[in-house]
Design a protein around this ligand. Structure first.
Ligand code: KIV
Length: 263
């Protein structure tokens, strides 16, 4: 029988070279489905700003919104580890604020851990959160909250900086690290050098696990799909055709039929 995914279990998976399957989710229904599908880790990503709220980037997402969505996901996940994503400006200003905000994910929403973006520059926050008993997943490489600083969503190729960031977040106490938008050889090197599991998104096959945005992998949205995404389904087209059929039948009077009515 399946049992809850814990940090020691993720570490053992790395040791045994068992890949970690992670996905984002933002509500109860999809969290239940991801959990039932045997997904190991569900990240309530601030990507919800784009795929749920329809914003241009993740920057406007607030702590209250993240706590609200993380609560729904935590209620839907029996075994998958739920991680809450710290939104822009929830942790950058100072460590005390970072601890208060991260604590909300654990205490109010029922998450097991939090994720935050950045390497060397956020290691004091990772250290402070870990010290306060809040497990942290780091996120380096293409960090969407730095979109303006990076000049767009660009693959990050500065090997020296990436390796330094990876070593620093591990040293600071992160239990895992997301590697986003990093060339395969650099992600492979980082994965070999770190003791903690690396979770890749656009970082090649050597990472200890993979994560994709749910809406991208299921073809649920009509947004641009990056090169690193594999679309396993095309649900947007399916949903649209179901809705068109329903609307057509309402207008033609074919729905509701006798079997949908009470005597
Ligand atoms: O916000 C998010 O969904 C993420 C993942 C893509 C790693 O940060």
């Amino acid at each position: 029988m399946a049992s809850p995914v814990t940090i020691p279990r993720l570490w053992r998976m790395k040791e045994k070279q068992e890949k970690i399957a992670a996905v984002t989710a933002y509500d109860f229904g999809f969290a239940q489905l991801a959990d039932a599908a045997g997904i190991d880790v569900i990240l309530v990503g601030d990507s919800l700003g784009m795929v749920v709220q329809g914003r241009r980037n993740t920057l406007p997402v607030t702590m209250d919104e993240m706590v609200y969505h993380t609560g729904m996901v935590a209620r839907g996940a029996q075994n998958a580890m739920v991680i809450g994503d710290m939104p822009f400006m929830a942790y950058q200003a100072d460590t005390a604020e970072a601890i208060r905000n991260a604590g909300r994910f654990i205490k109010e929403a029922g998450a097991a851990a939090v994720k935050l973006e950045g390497g060397v520059s956020v290691s004091p926050m990772i250290r402070a959160l870990s010290g306060a008993g809040i497990p942290v997943q780091a996120h380096i490489g293409l960090t969407p909250q730095s979109v303006h600083q990076m000049g767009g969503y660009r693959v990050q190729r500065d090997e020296e900086r990436l390796v330094a960031d990876a070593l620093e977040v591990e040293q600071a106490g992160a239990f895992s690290v997301v590697l986003e938008g990093i060339p395969t050889p650099i992600a492979t090197k980082i994965t070999r050098e770190l003791k903690i599991p690396t979770i890749g998104i656009g970082a090649g096959p050597a990472c200890d696990g993979q994560i994709l945005v749910l809406h991208d992998l299921l073809g649920l949205s009509q947004r641009h799909v990056p090169k690193f995404v594999k679309q396993y389904r095309q649900l947007a087209a399916e949903v649209r055709s179901g809705l068109e059929e329903y609307a057509g039948e309402v207008r033609s009077g074919h729905f509701p039929a006798a079997e949908h009515c009470y005597d």
